[in-house]
Ligand binder design. Structure first.
Ligand SMILES: *Cc1c(COP(=O)(O)O)cnc(C)c1O
Length: 375
């Protein structure tokens, strides 16, 4: 048996006929840019996560970049983000001319540490980007309390957490992305909700931010006249064809997330109480959607290689925290500056995870892990 880390093919096979029919309609109508499907998808997605407004854009990276611009972030400002995330979280800050400032993570949830976040706030801090890493919701209650106290905005990077939820004090579930000031999503094909190419989206409850985002994604236009430009905008639109595919897949998201959770819970049950292995932490007030199923394992490098030799393609997401990336050498951080992120990056081992992973595959993977650990 050879088990891939991710499998996008199976999910698209299931939907292929429906996707092709939708693409066919758009080709027949030449409704490629800002078609009906874009409007409908924005409505359906904002209704899904219970946010007032949604703006489709061309990637998750641009969702973050335009979100920052819509808040007026620019040169001279600082934006705090976790040091352990995908690089685009920090790049989006750099594109605006502002300076990314890193905060360490909480070792249990792998999301930003509220304590370290508060320590990093200065007079220049405009916003914090919180990442719901691997599909695990960040500690939003704590983070929002800190943000309010210091008058900074909260942007949620929900690129890995479509459909993930947090229970509030009143016992109501709230969707990640729709809790802070702005939420940013990616529809890169391997995400929990992915299109067949690049795509992204921003949600907000704030009408002024929404109106700015509409101009920012479409060359600074507003209103009917195509050749009047009110601000220096960008070309960052979500294609009609991608929006149409996403409408189809959005109807499957809850089911696919449930399948991911079932797979994750089986892994955790089979891997619990093994010396040197820590399974994902799941607080009862969080609905984790397992974009990635991540273990902490001693001797990670050896286990990773030996699993591969046995036909199990695990992943290491991520082996280098942002402060040690060459791209950020000008920030002059050093090894040792972020102990939790550094430890996690040395021990993280991500097992194959997608909705269509079978029970048989999971048993096989677990058997191979045990072979590697107790050889
Ligand atoms: C995927 C991802 C992004 C970027 O999304 P793209 O659509 O690839 O631009 C940003 N942040 C996180 C945490 C991601 O996982």
């Amino acid at each position: 048996m050879n088990i891939p880390f991710i499998d996008v093919k199976t999910q698209n096979k299931e939907l292929k006929k429906r996707l092709l029919k939708r693409a066919g309609n758009i080709i027949d109508n030449a409704d490629f840019i800002f078609g009906e499907d874009v409007k409908c998808f924005e409505k359906e997605f904002s209704a899904y996560c219970k946010s007032r407004f949604a703006v489709g854009v061309n990637s998750g990276t641009d969702a973050l970049f335009l979100a920052l611009l819509s808040l007026g972030v620019g040169p001279g400002d600082e934006v705090i983000c976790p040091v352990y995330t995908y690089i685009a979280t920090a790049f989006s800050v750099s594109y605006t001319g502002a300076k990314p400032v890193f905060a360490d993570i909480d070792e249990k949830t792998f999301t930003i540490s509220p304590q370290d976040l508060e320590k990093k706030i200065t007079k220049k801090t405009k916003a914090v980007i919180v990442v719901h890493l691997y599909g695990q919701p960040a500690q939003m209650q704590e983070i929002i309390r800190i943000a309010k106290k210091h008058n900074i905005k909260v942007i949620e990077d929900a690129a890995q957490s479509h459909g993930a939820k947090v229970k509030n004090k009143k016992g109501q579930w709230r969707y990640t992305g729709a809790i802070g000031d702005i939420g940013c999503f990616s529809f890169y094909p391997t995400k929990n909700l992915g299109c067949c190419g690049d795509g992204g989206l921003v949600v907000t409850n704030n009408k002024r931010i929404y109106e700015r985002l509409l101009m920012l994604r479409d060359q600074g236009r507003k209103g009917k006249n195509r050749y009047l430009h009110y601000i220096k905008g960008y070309n960052s639109r979500l294609d009609s064809i991608q929006a149409a595919f996403l409408r189809e897949k959005l109807t499957m998201l809850d089911k696919w997330n449930e399948m991911r959770r079932k797979n994750a819970h089986l892994y955790s049950r089979l891997l619990s109480n093994i010396d040197g292995v820590i399974t994902p932490f799941e607080p009862i007030d969080k609905y984790h959607v397992f974009h990635i199923y991540a273990l902490l394992v001693k001797n990670r490098g050896r286990v990773y290689k030996e699993l591969k030799a046995r036909g199990v393609n695990a992943g290491i997401v991520y082996h280098c925290p942002l402060h040690l990336q060459k791209a950020y050498k000008e920030l002059k951080y050093r090894r040792g500056d972020f102990p939790a992120a550094e430890r996690v990056s040395k021990e993280i081992l991500c097992l194959p995870m997608h909705a269509h992973l079978s029970k048989k595959q999971i048993y096989f993977i677990v058997k191979k892990i045990k072979e590697c650990l107790f050889r």
